[in-house]
Design a protein around this ligand. Structure first.
Ligand code: MRU
Length: 315
């Protein structure tokens, strides 16, 4: 399962806005098309955004565009996902040092895939037999170079023969959980059930949840985590109910310049994404809405962060 393919000249992208009904691929030929696809969320998930941006940079520079311009256009797409900046900085450095840009983009993709496999192995050790796991958003093959972060751990637990069950948070408003995570779990034959985001607390109270596993868009040096809106709520509920709360992300998601979560820029998206879904207006046009795409979970609420380098207990 892949969210994107590099064919040597163009980048093929699975349009995630159309899933699960349609599996439609679009071809991107330059950095401007790539930036638009990231902004409009044809591709999403921090690691996948980073990989796709790297290929976008390559296509822009190949076209003879000024590298600074290409960098800026791609950078100004999604402000929270740190992998975007990690990948673009690496591409820019490679460009300045005269390294091969195609090889660098391919290396970013391959390293992300390998990190996912490693995190799957490490994280699986924390998953008990018969675990009932809650996950939020989509952190699977669709959100990465393949396999997944939090969903990679779930995949690995399933592959290792453990009997597990997944509560899939719907994840309003883009529905990454119900549209994308459920789609991936179904393809893998992993038992799951979709819930609305607000069902979580009651399930925990009833003793139906053994652990929470989520991904990350950006992690600070002290271990504060930006992730899909609703993650903070999950972490508070997990803490109140004494349930382990795990974050799974590659080290390329860690921002070495930021100490505190409060300093992470939070993306605010269009109100329409909250009030309209696929041309259906289900809230009054005139009512204002607030669409914050991410929130911050403080390190204090996190049991452990799993990266490809090991298990990190921030506090
Ligand atoms: O807005 P999205 O869909 O890009 O948000 C994705 C998330 O919040 C994921 O949890 C995160 O990027 C990690 S994906 C491996």
């Amino acid at each position: 399962m892949k969210a994107f393919w590099w064919d040597g000249e163009k980048l093929l992208l699975l349009d995630q806005r159309k899933l699960p009904e349609k599996e439609e691929w679009v071809a991107l030929g330059d950095h401007v098309q790539t930036a638009l696809a990231i902004k409009d969320m044809l591709v999403r998930g921090a690691p996948a955004i980073g990989c796709v941006a790297a290929y976008g940079f390559l296509m822009g520079v190949r076209k003879g565009e000024e590298s600074e311009k290409v960098y800026e256009i791609l950078k100004n797409t999604r402000p929270t996902a740190y992998n975007l900046f990690y990948a673009l900085d690496r591409m820019m450095k490679a460009h300045k040092e005269g390294d091969d840009l195609e090889n660098t983009a391919k290396a970013i993709e391959e390293e992300d895939y390998q990190a996912n496999r490693r995190m799957g192995e490490i994280g699986n050790k924390l998953i008990p037999e018969n675990a009932r796991i809650i996950t939020h958003c989509n952190t699977g093959a669709l959100a990465t170079a393949g396999f997944g972060t939090a969903l990679g751990v779930i995949r690995q637990a399933h592959y290792s023969g453990k009997s597990i069950f997944v509560w899939v948070d719907e994840t309003r408003p883009y529905l990454q959980g119900s549209r994308l995570t459920a789609w991936e779990l179904l393809k893998e034959g992993i038992p799951h059930r979709i819930i609305t985001d607000s069902t979580v607390g009651f399930l925990m109270k009833k003793g139906l949840v053994d652990c929470v596993i989520v991904g990350a868009d950006r992690i600070t040096k002290r271990g504060d985590v930006a992730n899909k809106i609703g993650t903070y709520t999950l972490s508070v509920l997990a803490k109140v109910h004494g349930i382990p709360f795990y974050v799974v992300a590659p080290s390329s998601t860690i921002d070495p310049k930021l100490e505190r979560g409060e300093d992470i820029p939070i993306e605010e998206r269009s109100e329409d994404e909250i009030k309209v879904f696929r041309n259906c207006q289900f809230a009054p046009k005139e009512s204002p809405a607030l669409h914050l795409a991410f929130d911050i979970t403080p390190a204090e609420n996190i049991t452990a962060i799993i990266t490809e380098k090991g298990i990190w207990k921030p506090v």
